[in-house]
Ligand binder design. Structure first.
Ligand code: NAP
Length: 171
């Protein structure tokens, strides 16, 4: 248990799955939480209600991570709603099943936009707002280093290699 009382967090992809679990865990530890989602409005409402029932502030922001302008807008909305930011968690990601030699170029670009470019753009937009001791956490996957089966396309896990580099770039 870490005391996050008074901290303000932005979680990308907080409507369901691991991102929702992270948003709830941050709130359980005392943080107010803004999170983005793409389509899951009802699930987002449920996450907001759960966080508010803990006595924390919660804001669900519809924003497609594939769109740079939506990323900038969502960071602005989170900062306005919470009065600043102390923590960014990049969790939103997409994937495509199939073999490496069947990758469609549009699917490849979509994954790059959401899994690789968006965490960098979120970090760039959030850094000017971070308080001293602020944190940027990006969720990766062990599958970024291992191939689970022959011809696995690895597209969902492509962010992991990038994440090893960017934290150093951001100091
Ligand atoms: N699940 C695993 O076994 C596993 C293992 C290792 C690592 N991870 C990593 O953990 C993270 C979360 O995975 P998960 O399995 O919890 O994912 P998930 O259940 O598929 O949920 C994905 C989340 O990201 C959001 N999202 C997807 N595309 C988006 C977009 N273009 N713009 C904004 N939000 C978008 C979704 O919003 P909507 O609901 O609105 O679509 C949802 O909230 C990912 O980074 C993944 O690589 C997962």
């Amino acid at each position: 248990m870490i005391d996050l009382s008074g901290k303000r967090a932005l979680v990308t992809g907080g409507s369901r799955g691991i991102g929702a679990a992270i948003a709830l865990a941050l709130a359980e530890n005392g943080a107010d939480v803004a999170f983005t989602y793409r389509r899951s409005a009802e699930k987002s409402d449920a996450v907001v209600k759960s966080i508010e029932s803990m006595g924390r502030r919660a804001v669900a922001i519809q924003a497609d991570s594939a769109a740079p302008e939506a990323i900038m807008r969502s960071v602005g909305q989170a900062v306005s709603a919470l009065g600043g930011l102390d923590i960014l968690v990049n969790s939103a990601a997409i994937g495509h099943t199939g073999a490496i030699d069947e990758i469609d170029v549009n699917d490849y670009q979509a994954v790059m936009d959401v899994n690789v470019r968006a965490p960098v753009l979120f970090a760039t937009a959030v850094i000017p707002h971070l308080t001293k001791g602020g944190r940027i956490i990006t969720i990766g996957s062990a599958l970024g280093e291992r191939v689970p089966f022959p011809r696995h396309n690895g597209l969902r896990d492509v962010q992991s290699g990038t994440y090893l580099l960017h934290p150093r770039s951001f100091g």
